[in-house]
Design a protein around this ligand. Structure first.
Ligand code: NI
Length: 176
């Protein structure tokens, strides 16, 4: 098990286009996925992409526990997506708060597609195809953006809705 340091916004590796994985089920790929999982769990994140631990490959993982205080947040089992490709299923978008392990302590309101289809491979190279909405769709869009060098602050439309979580009085926004 290895908990890796997480690169923060400004590090040049986070801005790169990550390379596709060409060999599946290798010890290196299993090691990378273990490192991603351990680092995500230790940081209490719900998702992480390989570039965030300094590996410029198209690999993301996510895992979401159910939260009684956030019924809109769907529980999702631990999932590995390799070489993911997203396709929006409509032009409709919604805005919600996001945070990122590479932008610690900050939150921002980010527009994302409501409804997407995604395809990827799992660690063995077996295809995964899913059509998802809302929170699941948002999480996958956020993580896959990392593979194209995009961090969520780049997508914020109104920078007044970006700041330190401790200062934002998020409850006030969530209530409405
Ligand atoms: Ni992130």
């Amino acid at each position: 098990m290895a908990i890796c340091p997480i690169l923060r916004m400004g590090h040049p590796l986070l801005g790169r286009l990550a390379e596709p994985v060409t060999h599946f089920d290798t010890p290196e790929l299993h090691g990378l996925v273990r490192d991603l999982r351990d680092t995500m769990v230790a940081s209490q994140g719900v998702g992480i992409a390989a570039p965030q631990i300094g590996v410029s490959l198209r690999v993301v993982v996510f895992s979401v526990a159910s939260h009684p205080s956030h019924p809109d947040v769907e529980a999702l089992p631990f999932t590995v997506l390799i070489n993911p490709v997203l396709e929006p299923q409509s032009t409709e978008m919604n805005e919600a708060w996001e945070g990122c392990l590479s932008v610690p302590g900050m939150r921002g309101i980010v527009p994302r597609y409501n409804h997407i289809h995604y395809s990827a491979s799992d660690i063995q190279g077996v295809p995964i195809r899913r059509e998802v909405r809302d929170f699941h769709a948002r999480l996958v869009q956020h993580e896959c953006d990392h593979l194209d060098g995009i961090l969520y602050p780049y997508r914020i439309r109104d920078l007044r809705l970006f700041g330190f979580a401790e200062e934002l009085l998020l409850d006030r926004w969530v209530e409405k």
